[in-house]
Design a protein around this ligand. Structure first.
Ligand code: COA
Length: 148
């Protein structure tokens, strides 16, 4: 990474920029309304900002009992491939471990090679294939203290 990066929780008002960025990187982007619903649903949204406060990366996590589901993760297009996605993923996995969550699930399109490489190199394993669900691969990773 070339600049100082800071993680912080979603703040009201971020939803406009987050929706703008999602639309740039996701075929089925989250809307501003979706981000506004995150705290109402008991989910958490973390963002990575640069030294000027601009959002560089984001992730939304849904806790489910002692597990969690990564609902979306993204990096602004002009800084992809610089390690920000890995840093964001590591950040939320560390948070999950600190909350004693035993497993993290996520879904990813089979065609999303970059994301799959990121997840596989972070020890996610494929646990299933959902056909006709925008052709996604479902992967999970144990993220508790008993990690192999
Ligand atoms: C997927 C995404 C979050 C990854 O973030 P990123 O900052 O671009 O990726 P990083 O620089 O952290 O690289 C992480 C790993 O991804 C893989 N990767 C990165 N660039 C890649 C490329 N051009 N081709 C293939 N794999 C690539 C590598 O395994 C890399 O690890 P390495 O550099 O140690 O080998 C980001 O590209 C993104 O926002 N994509 C669009 C939205 C999306 O697909 N979200 C995930 C939905 S499930």
């Amino acid at each position: 990474m070339t600049h100082a990066q800071t993680f912080r929780a979603y703040r009201a008002g971020d939803e406009i920029e987050l929706a703008r960025l999602e639309a740039l990187v996701e075929p089925t982007p989250w809307t501003a309304g979706d981000f506004l619903d995150v705290p109402k649903n008991g989910w958490s949204c973390e963002v990575m900002v640069d030294d000027e406060g601009l959002i560089q990366a984001w992730a939304v996590v849904m806790p489910v009992l002692d597990e969690a589901e990564l609902l979306t993760i993204g990096v602004r297009p002009d800084v992809q491939g610089k390690g920000y996605g890995r840093a964001m993923l590591n950040h939320i996995l560390t948070r999950m471990q600190n909350e004693n969550r035993t497993r993290c699930h996520l879904e990813v399109r089979e065609s999303n090679v970059r994301a799959i490489r990121l997840y596989e190199s972070s020890d996610f394993v494929r646990v299933g294939l959902r056909k006709n669900y925008y052709r996604t691969v479902r992967r999970s990773r144990t993220c508790g203290t008993n990690d192999p």
